[in-house]
Design a binder for this molecule. Sequence first.
Ligand code: ATP
Length: 326
Amino acid sequence: MNLDFSVVKNSKNLLAFSGGVDSTALFFLLLENNIPFDIAIVNYNIREESRNEVSYALNLAKEYNKKIFIKNVEIKNLSNFEKIARDIRYDFFEEIIQNNYYEVLITAHQLNDKLEWFFMQLSKGAGLIELLGLTEIKYTNNYKTYKPLLNISKDELEEFLQKNNIKYFIDKSNFDEKYKRNYFRHNFSDKFLNEFKNGIINSFIYLENDLNSLNLQLNPIKNIEELEIFKNQNDDNLNIRIIDKSLKRRGILLSFFQREEILKQKEITISHKINISITNNFIYIAPKVISIMPKKFKEECRVKKIPINMREYIFINKISIKELIL
Ligand SMILES: Nc1ncnc2c1ncn2[C@@H]1O[C@H](COP(=O)(O)OP(=O)(O)OP(=O)(O)O)[C@@H](O)[C@H]1O
């Protein structure tokens, strides 16, 4: 399998390991390529085998001299299991990253996941940015998420494991069609991928190149605590997509009416929780907080053209105004 892991060759990496096909294959591919990494696993305790998956992870860690982080949880609310499980997983990873100074979180999402994501978005109503949501590198506050397997199909990973006699677990919940993504996977994306793999890989490359050619700056240029500052794209369609994505990350789904209002009012509070300000050059997004600010601070903000509805958040979090000058 031809994979280039050079972006993580010299960083401190944490692999999200579940013991399934994808992350087990990735574990051994990273080893093969001499990439340094440790592992983290979450046991949700809803399947019989999950205890065995954790002992497998422990054995691998011991054998290959890796640090291992384990979280045991019990999720009571099974109706929203996937979302709750994901939130717990990422909170755990972030805690490990913060406390141990990891730089990169490596996950084992592969081509089937990428196409499944594409189809799921397509079914809900999405544009180019959302359809191509699974990207190789994603920048978060203080770490990067790296998905090196996005051009490799599950079949290839399975073949790699079998050829090398490597043990892995099959997550039976992946077959349960009560989860929407499984329904998609089985009825659409996996079938489509099996038949048209090369074309699909090429199409993703073309689409990603097109997106890159548009040279959109969709990531925040500043991200301090929960304050994000983006470049104003001078294009309502793009601005609202940036805002939409940021609010989604904060757990808020915008309605059509709210989107219209944001663009019209430019300085607005959404759901009593989040303040947004669109200025000539930037888009500011931060939680709404209330505080009494000293006159001197307010004056400094005025001089430095800090939007009014950002000032309280900046004050409470002791963010230096100097840092906000762009
Ligand atoms: N229990 C787990 N413990 C540690 N890592 C996990 C666990 N489950 C999944 N992962 C990691 O997350 C990757 C994606 O897994 P999966 O497709 O099940 O997640 P998902 O529901 O699509 O969530 P998301 O895409 O938001 O990470 C896996 O390849 C693996 O790297």
